[in-house]
Design a protein around this ligand. Structure first.
Ligand code: GAL
Length: 640
């Protein structure tokens, strides 16, 4: 009788309901932002197709979450869709996978569509995997909601699985103690302009630098290797630079082309946005410049130290640091109090042989709401030059208040205006267009004198963001070349964070190798986006492989294109100035994959010498060679 009543009690126990938002949401990996409980990824009430939901998880494609179950869970239920908050139309696809088998998928869903209901039987299931894909395009505006998502269960509540982290692995041997001159072999400048450049050289210090046939308008500091002065008349000057220490010496012929083109190789440097965003200030920029020298980045050609948004005054703000008059009476732009003296900041940067960069927008305010250039194009260009800046990143933000971002005339107008302004300024300023690829900017960026142009929206520190941007650059290569480059956005390695709180990049080590490999193959501007005072050995190693950087800086300036893509393996290749080819083998699969590479695939039939650029070692001569490539990892080869 007693046994029977216990059984009856157990049978009558109500099944329990577990809300998805109650798990530790740090287990969610996603392409942008972080997952939130009961609100969207941007922190608004979860809203799909006009209907609000009190509970659930707001995430962003590509989003992945794995839950461990004990086999006694009963059912998963949710309403899914794209959140109404997305500013523009994104597209997503939801998937529910049980023990490796897909049990439900939504198909592509777009903004404004009503939520779809999903019910999946979980009996006997041990692993529940919830994924939101990017709807087959990129992840822009893919704000995705698992609304009212619950797991009904009898046994233990579901537990999120934290993904096992790949440990950092260093591939590149340290640079030798003997001198070695690195960096680009061509430099571009306009005549009669202020010039600063530092010979990038590895090897033990002290080192004595020399230059044969240096134009008389330039001088070399033999201790630091900093070359400064004024550029000579138009012409090509081949300068033989030397670097000598107690162990030996090295020489390199560098071609200084003085004419109308600059940025003959993609700019390499640092930008404050991906780490500090609004938290940038004068001290942090100086520390970044210091780190260039201390960490030895200068010895590998890293050169530009660039301030992004947030240096000017916020209009109508009462903030004592950020508010105040936006311009002087004569209209010249003012800095906010975080940048008390721009001239002294650029002088500091130049004193190390580095160059300085700044940011603005053609609209009245920047994306961050700070004063920008509208109506003051020439005055601002002049001011940047007077302050001593060598690089301007020119965004689009708020220009939509002036002209709709439609039609080539509108899209080009602000960039032509700034082109005209820069043409009147007596300083070499790299002109970087940042309008996210609107109107296929790669087709006309060069015509407005752009030295580089962003081809995409903002990058995030996730595999989905970096890989969807990087692998979608195929076809743009024909528009780039010396002096004008496609820019797939800045690097997300090291400590990033877009604000005061930084975190180590969420890219795995293999994904970071893929990031640098792909960007180098693409001849992308390389702008490090991390806090340089927190460089660890892995990140430093990643950023200082001279053979890899030489691919990015190759003087032929012909970016790679995709040769093939099959079963998650992609081959990209580009010709190099020395007649060899650089080849990237990429594994986009979630598991290690074995790949057979034949030089014939990149137009080189027969056997060829193959060099592994990350490990800086010759592998031998092959007509066929096999690699096992880690998940999301790569190989970068030079084929002779
Ligand atoms: C964005 C730009 C970012 C950053 C930001 C500053 O439009 O893409 O790279 O510059 O503005 O507000």
């Amino acid at each position: 009788m007693l046994a029977l009543s216990v059984l009856a009690l157990v049978a009558a126990l109500p099944q329990q309901t577990f809300r998805l938002g109650d798990i530790d949401l740090s287990a969610v990996s996603q392409g942008w932002g972080v997952a939130h409980k009961d609100v969207s990824v941007d922190g608004h009430p979860l809203t799909i197709g006009g209907t609000q939901y009190a509970h659930g998880v707001g995430t962003h494609a590509v989003s992945q979450l794995t839950l461990s179950l004990d086999g006694k869970a009963i059912q998963f239920d949710a309403w899914v869709g794209l959140d109404d908050e997305a500013l523009q139309e994104g597209s997503v696809d939801f998937h529910v996978v049980c023990d490796g088998k897909e049990k439900w998928s939504s198909g592509v869903m777009r903004k404004g569509e009503p939520a779809k209901h999903v019910t999946v039987d979980l009996r006997g299931v041990k692993t529940l995997y919830l994924k939101v894909g990017d709807g087959g395009d990129d992840i822009n505006y893919d704000h995705a909601d698992w609304a009212d998502a619950v797991v009904k269960y009898d046994g233990k509540p579901p537990k999120p699985q934290q993904t096992v982290k790949e440990k950092p692995y260093i591939l590149t041997p340290k640079a030798p103690h003997t001198p070695r001159i690195n960096g680009p072999v061509v430099l571009g400048a306009r005549p009669g302009r202020e010039f600063v450049w530092r010979i990038p050289a590895t090897g033990d210090r002290p080192m004595a630098f020399s230059a044969e046939i240096l134009p008389s308008t330039l001088k070399l500091d033999p201790v630091t290797g900093v070359v400064s002065g004024t550029t000579p008349n138009a012409g090509t000057y081949t300068i033989r630079f030397g670097a000598k220490n107690r162990l030996g010496e090295d020489h390199r012929d560098i071609r200084l082309t003085v004419g109308d083109r600059i940025a003959l190789t993609p700019p390499m440097g640092w930008n404050s946005w991906n780490c500090f965003a609004t938290a940038v200030d004068d001290a942090k920029v100086r520390l970044a410049a210091d780190a260039f020298v201390k960490a030895g980045l200068v010895d590998h050609g890293w050169q530009y130290v660039n301030i992004d948004d947030c240096w000017s005054v916020i209009p109508h703000s009462n903030d004592p640091v950020l508010g105040g008059p936006t311009r002087n009476e004569d209209g010249t732009i003012r800095t906010n109090k975080k940048f008390p003296d721009m001239k002294s900041l650029t002088t500091y940067i130049h004193s190390m042989g580095l160059r300085a960069g700044i940011y603005s927008s053609p609209g009245p305010t920047t994306c961050g709401g700070y004063t920008s250039t509208y109506g003051h194009e020439l005055q601002d260009a002049q001011q940047w030059a007077n302050w001593g800046f060598d690089y301007i990143k020119y965004d689009w933000c708020s220009y939509s208040e002036i002209l709709k971002p439609e039609g080539l005339d509108n899209l080009q107008k602000p960039y032509k205006d700034m082109q005209a302004a820069l043409a009147q300024v007596n300083r070499d300023i790299v002109y970087s267009l940042c309008q996210y690829g609107m109107g296929d900017v790669w087709k006309w960026g060069e015509s407005v004198n752009g030295n580089c142009w962003r081809t995409t929206g903002d990058i995030g520190d996730s595999w989905s963001s970096m890989s969807s941007i990087g692998f979608s650059q195929d076809g743009h290569e024909k528009y780039a070349g010396p002096g004008h480059w496609n820019d797939p956005d800045m690097l997300v390695v090291g400590w990033v964070g877009w604000g005061p709180q930084l975190h180590p990049t969420r890219l795995t080590p293999s994904e970071q190798y893929t990031h640098i490999t792909l960007w180098s193959l693409l001849s992308a501007p390389l702008l490090i986006g991390c806090d340089l005072t927190k460089l660890d050995d892995f990140t430093l190693n990643l950023l200082t492989n001279d053979e890899v950087l030489a691919v990015d800086q190759d003087p032929l300036g012909q970016p790679a294109h995709r040769v093939s893509a099959k079963e998650g393996i992609e081959v990209w290749a580009r010709p190099l100035a020395d007649g060899t080819k650089a080849v990237g083998l990429f594994n986009r699969n979630d598991e290690a994959t074995t790949v057979v590479f034949r030089p014939s695939e990149v137009g080189l039939p027969g056997s060829h010498l193959i060099r592994d650029l990350w490990r800086q070692k010759g592998l031998g001569s092959f007509s066929e060679v096999m690699f096992t490539i880690r998940a999301h990892g790569c190989e970068l080869l030079k084929v002779k």
